[in-house]
Every structure is written in structure tokens, then in C-alpha cells.
Design a protein around this ligand. Structure first.
Ligand SMILES: Nc1ncnc2c1ncn2[C@@H]1O[C@H](COP(=O)(O)OP(=O)(O)OP(=O)(O)O)[C@@H](O)[C@H]1O
Ligand SMILES: O=P(O)(O)OC[C@H]1O[C@H](OP(=O)(O)OP(=O)(O)O)[C@H](O)[C@@H]1O
Ligand SMILES: O=C(O)c1cccnc1
Ligand SMILES: [Mg+2]
Length: 562
């Protein structure tokens, strides 16, 4: 454990540090330290600054984003202190001309003078609206830029990706995140599991994430397990107790074989199964039987190692029917290759025939899981074709955010010493919205959110039932009167600094997930659709509009043509 330098303590009850111990005050860009030194050298470092953290465009061609990563940001801020080793490293990394007083300043630095207002984690958010507003002495807030943007960027991106996969899959499907092996390193893997759960996935295969965040764990088995078996002779202990403990079946392997023969040569009235398959793969049968002996209460089988319909499915059914004899209910199958729409329908038909043929209630409803390079497009294609998949296991495309690698969050100075600041750009979408602001979500008569509006800090808040003019921040002709039915203030105090204000609780992950799902359900469907979704309106008050444009004209030099 490294020694933290002395200095004033941050306010409020202690919060644990960030999940990833690599998230320290050094996890920032060098230029934040050079600027901090230059602020200090100019005795500007204590000037009160306000920064907004926001993004400019929704990801994945959509019109919404899920805000995620806030808890990690607050935990980082709450524990923001340099160790002596950190200070020594910064000392050695900056030019030798840097005065020692700066390092004494760093030694005493924490976030007790910083205030953070933020939109609650798991909220559906839109471009330009600050997700977080960070106010404090300019030098320390400057040091926070890179880690805060880092903590929010991927978290929000992957949570949005998960929400989009959920939207396409539909509410009734079980979604499992299987991405750990393909994620961008260990932090990418852990983050993906946490934020995909937040965005609406049901469970993860990532055991560490299960332990860290209490996310439900789920999994099947791999092809290696199936191909590791050569023949049923390998199974030594063949006995299996009945589910009710009443008796023991001494030779479960033979019972499975008996069932396989029955499926292969049905004696019943119907001959539906006859001719669908010949000899199945015996090593696969051995693997399935072995797995059932290990997990009789939750037997699952990966059925595509050799041939789904000619081997995997009949073998699975033989084992499942043998388990059924002993009072156990099998868990289902996983398909990991081939045409998942076609195969899932064929598998469902087979299960229904088994249910009828052998009178095993609800066998036809057996769970079918599908995996293999799934993404929004393949899920959409499966829906259009018709399929019988109950559960999707999704890895690579989900966790790597293959369709868009970054959200592009930014952190912009909007006020210093109570003076609003603006950042201009040739590209209007990159012009920052100045001033310390308040942000509201206005709801309409049908209960849907109509738009978000930003106002100056000291403006009157919009009121339910009162008409307000909402203006596009940059396009003069775009404006609308709104009479909100409900007004929700978006930015809440998550880190009060020394202001004495109450701090919002950091809710458990499960509650954030529920909030996220609820929020998405309340969105107007045309904002949610995948093809040409309607943009959600983000506006400013008339006063703020006028001020932005006044400042813009004030700061932009007038060109001279010759
Ligand atoms: N019915 C379907 N419609 C559209 N896409 C599908 C359908 N079924 C599967 N897919 C997708 O098609 C791709 C098939 O990939 P690929 O051809 O590499 O795998 P495979 O040959 O089926 O299996 P393996 O991984 O063993 O090579 C996957 O991305 C999968 O999700
Ligand atoms: O396809 P993803 O969305 O990434 O989901 C996870 C994949 O990881 C596993 O196999 P792996 O890809 O390691 O091997 P395989 O493709 O040969 O089955 C699993 O069988 C899935 O196919
Ligand atoms: O449990 C599974 O089936 C699983 C887990 C990770 C990756 N692929 C599959
Ligand atoms: Mg694969």
C-alpha cells in the first residue's frame, strides 16, 4: 500500500476507490499536468472553473445513448489524492525548471473544493446536454478531464450497444454477454460485463464480474468438452440418484442408450422420427451423458460439434429423456454455427415431436440458445426470417463495440471566475455551449419525453403547464413552444465539495439497470427505431440562445476581404 500525501480530506462518508486500481490521478494525459503547473505558476490555479462533460453525436447511427460510468467517476473523485511516489514521478516527468512549490501544492490536493452535478447513471441521454458538470479550482478540474472522459466513454458506448441489442432481440429473450475472451483487455472485459448488464443484458459468463458486481452468471459448455470424449466406455461412475432421492439408477449410460434406440426406432403409432437420422456420434453422446451426470439438474448441451440434426439433437434428447425418467428436467441446447434461424426451427420441431411421441410434458418448450458472431444485424435478420431461439449468447460484436469504437465524449470549459466561455469551431456541431447551466427534460401529454432544454444557472426553471419557447442552440429558425406536463431537472449533486449540499446516493447496479430499462420503455418509438430514427430535440432557452450568439460574435474575429 502506497502512502498518500498529507492534505485536507475530501468531504462526506468514505466511498471505495474505482473498481480498477489503475484508475489513479496519474491516469491522465501529460498535458493536464503541464497546464496545472502553468495555472499554478500564473497563480491562476484556484480560479473557479466550470467544465461540461458531454458527447456530440449518438453512436451506432441511433438517436439515443445510455449514460454510464458515473459511479466510477465519483469513486475516483472521492479518492483523488497523490501518493509520494506519484509526486516524485510527476516531478521527474516535468521539466527541471518546475518549481518545488507546485509539488507541495499537489501533495495537498484533493477534490474537496470540487462540485459534481450529473445526470443519474442509466438515464437515456442526448448530444450536447452535459452528462456531468464539474466545478472547482481550474487546475484540479483540468487534471480530472482525461480520467472522467475515459470512465464515461466506453461505459456509455457499450451500455448503449447492449440496449440496442436488447431492443432488436425483444423483451422476452434472455441475453447473455459472452465477450470476455474478445474484449479489449481485462478492463474492457470487466467493463463490458458491468455495462452490458446495465444496458439490459440478463447475465454474463464473466465470473470476476459476477463476483465484483453481483451480476447473474450463466454459461453452457464448449466444443472442447464434446471433442475430449472418445466413447461412452470412458464413463466410469455411471450411477445417478433420482431427483427425489428415492432410488439410484446404477447404469445411466445404458438408460441413455435405451432412449436413443427408442428415438431412432420409434415403436409408437407415429413414425415422425423415423428416417431423420441414423447412427449418432458416440463420443458426443458420451460427452453429453457425462455432463448430465455432473449437472443433472441443469443439463445443457452444445449440439453443433458434429451435426446438429443428425447427431447433436438426437443425442441430447436421449440424455434429456433419461434424465426425465429420474425426475430431472433438462436445461436446453446451444447452437453455435450454421443457419441459426433454420436450425432453431428444426430443433423446435424435433422437440415437439419428442413431446408428442413420448408424452413428456413441455419438452417442446425446451430452451434453445444461439451464439456465433451475433450482432444487431444478425438478430434483426433472424427476426425477419422467423426463429425459435429463446436465449442469445453475444460476445465479440457487443463488447468490442465493433460498429463504433468510441463515443467521443468531450470535456469543455464553459465558465471561469463567473465569466462564460465558448469554444468556436468551423464545424458548428463543435461549438461549445457556454455558461454554468441547468438542464431539464420536458414531458408531453402522452407521457413521452418531448425534449431537453438547457438554461442559464439563474434562470427560472420551466414549470409544468407553462408555455416555454425552446430554441435549437445554433439554428435560428428551429424553435418550438412547449407546454410541459412534467418537468424533470436532469443534473443532480453527486459530489458537493465543500458546498454543504446533500449528495445523491450511488444506487446499486441492479437499480441502475432497472432505471435504464424503464427509461428506454418510455422513449417514443420513432426515436428508437433502427432505420432513420427521429432525432430527439435538444434545445436552449431564449436567454441562453441570445447569450451564446452574443458571445460567439464577441469572440469571433471579423474577417477582412481584400
Ligand atoms: N439465419 C441467419 N440469418 C442471418 N445470419 C445468420 C443466420 N444464421 C447465422 N447467421 C450468422 O451468419 C454467420 C455465420 O458465420 P460463419 O459462416 O463464419 O459460421 P459457421 O460456418 O456457421 O460456423 P463456424 O463458426 O463453425 O465456422 C454468423 O455471423 C451468424 O451469426
Ligand atoms: O461469437 P461471439 O459473439 O464472440 O460469442 C462468443 C463465442 O465464443 C465461443 O466460441 P469461440 O468464438 O471462442 O470459438 P468458435 O467460434 O470456434 O465457436 C462461443 O462458442 C461463441 O461462439
Ligand atoms: O458459456 C458459454 O456457452 C460461453 C461462454 C463464453 C463464450 N462462449 C460461450
Ligand atoms: Mg466464434
Amino acid at each position: 500500500m502506497e502512502v498518500k500525501a498529507n492534505g485536507p480530506r475530501a468531504p462526506g462518508p468514505a466511498l471505495p476507490g474505482p473498481t480498477n486500481p489503475m484508475v489513479t490521478p496519474l491516469l491522465t494525459d501529460l498535458y493536464q499536468f503541464t497546464m496545472a503547473y502553468a495555472y499554478w505558476k500564473a497563480t491562476k490555479h484556484q480560479e473557479r472553473a466550470v467544465f461540461d462533460l458531454y458527447f456530440r453525436r449518438n453512436p451506432f447511427g441511433g438517436e439515443y445513448t445510455i449514460f454510464a460510468g458515473l459511479e466510477e467517476c465519483i469513486r475516483f473523485i472521492a479518492n483523488f489524492r497523490f501518493t509520494e511516489a506519484d509526486i516524485s514521478f510527476i516531478h521527474d516527468s516535468l521539466p527541471g525548471s518546475c518549481e518545488n512549490g507546485f509539488f507541495d501544492y499537489l501533495r495537498g490536493l484533493d477534490c474537496s473544493e470540487v462540485e459534481v452535478y450529473a445526470i443519474p447513471e442509466g438515464t437515456v441521454v442526448f448530444p450536447k446536454v452535459p452528462l456531468m458538470r464539474i466545478e472547482g479550482p481550474v487546475a484540479v478540474v483540468q487534471l480530472l478531464e482525461t480520467p472522467l472522459v475515459n470512465l464515461v466513454n466506453y461505459a456509455s458506448l457499450v451500455a448503449t450497444n447492449a440496449a440496442r441489442h436488447r431492443f432488436v432481440a425483444g423483451k422476452s429473450k434472455l441475453l447473455l454477454e459472452f465477450g470476455l475472451r474478445r474484449a479489449q483487455g481485462p478492463d474492457g472485459g470487466i467493463g463490458a460485463s458491468k455495462y452490458c448488464y446495465m444496458g439490459g443484458f440478463d447475465a454474463t459468463s464473466n465470473v470476476a464480474a459476477g463476483k465484483l458486481f453481483g451480476i447473474p452468471l450463466r454459461g453452457t459448455h464448449s466444443h472442447a468438452f464434446v471433442s475430449s470424449f472418445m466413447s461412452p466406455d470412458e464413463i466410469i461412475d455411471k450411477s445417478l440418484q433420482c431427483a427425489d432421492g428415492s432410488r439410484s439408477c446404477e447404469d445411466f449410460v445404458s438408460l441413455v442408450q435405451t432412449w436413443l434406440n427408442k428415438i431412432q426406432h420409434p415403436m409408437q403409432r407415429s413414425k415422425t422420427l423415423r428416417g431423420t437420422f441414423g447412427e449418432t456420434n458416440q463420443s458426443e453422446l458420451a460427452a453429453f451423458t457425462s455432463y448430465a451426470l455432473a449437472f443433472p439438474k441443469s443439463f445443457l448441451a452444445l449440439v453443433d460439434t458434429y451435426d446438429v440434426m443428425r447427431s447433436g439433437i438426437p443425442n441430447f434428447c436421449a440424455v434429456a429423456l433419461a434424465l426425465n425418467d429420474l425426475g430431472y428436467k433438462a436445461g436446453g441446447v446451444r447452437l453455435d454455427s450454421g443457419d441459426l434461424a433454420y436450425l432453431s426451427c428444426e430443433v423446435r420441431k424435433f422437440f415437439s415431436v419428442i413431446e408428442k411421441e413420448f408424452g413428456v410434458a413441455s419438452f417442446g418448450k425446451m430452451n434453445i440458445t444461439a451464439s456465433n458472431d451475433l450482432n444487431e444485424e444478425t438478430l434483426d435478420a433472424l427476426n425477419k426470417q422467423g426463429h425459435e431461439v429463446d436465449t442469445f449468447g453475444i460476445g465479440t460484436y457487443l463488447v468490442t463495440c465493433f460498429a463504433q469504437p468510441a463515443l467521443g465524449c468531450v470535456f469543455k470549459l464553459v465558465e471561469i471566475n463567473n465569466q462564460p466561455r465558448i469554444k468556436l469551431s468551423e464545424d458548428v456541431s463543435k461549438v461549445s455551449i457556454p455558461c454554468k447551466k441547468r438542464c431539464y427534460r420536458l414531458y408531453g401529454r402522452e407521457g413521452y419525453a418531448l425534449l431537453d432544454i438547457m438554461t442559464g444557472e439563474n434562470e427560472q426553471a420551466p414549470k409544468a403547464g407553462e408555455r416555454i419557447l425552446c430554441r435549437h442552440p445554433f439554428s435560428e429558425s428551429k424553435r418550438a413552444y412547449v407546454v410541459p406536463q412534467k418537468v424533470e431537472e436532469l443534473l443532480k449533486c453527486y459530489w458537493p465539495g465543500s458546498s454543504g449540499k446533500a449528495r445523491e446516493e450511488l444506487p446499486p447496479l441492479k437499480d441502475i439497470r432497472e432505471r435504464c430499462i424503464e427509461q428506454l420503455e418510455q422513449m417514443r418509438p420513432d426515436h428508437m427505431r433502427r432505420l432513420n430514427p427521429t432525432p430527439y430535440k435538444v434545445s436552449v432557452s431564449t436567454k441562453l440562445y441570445d447569450f451564446i450568439h452574443f458571445l460567439w460574435l464577441n469572440e469571433a474575429p471579423v474577417g477582412e476581404l481584400q
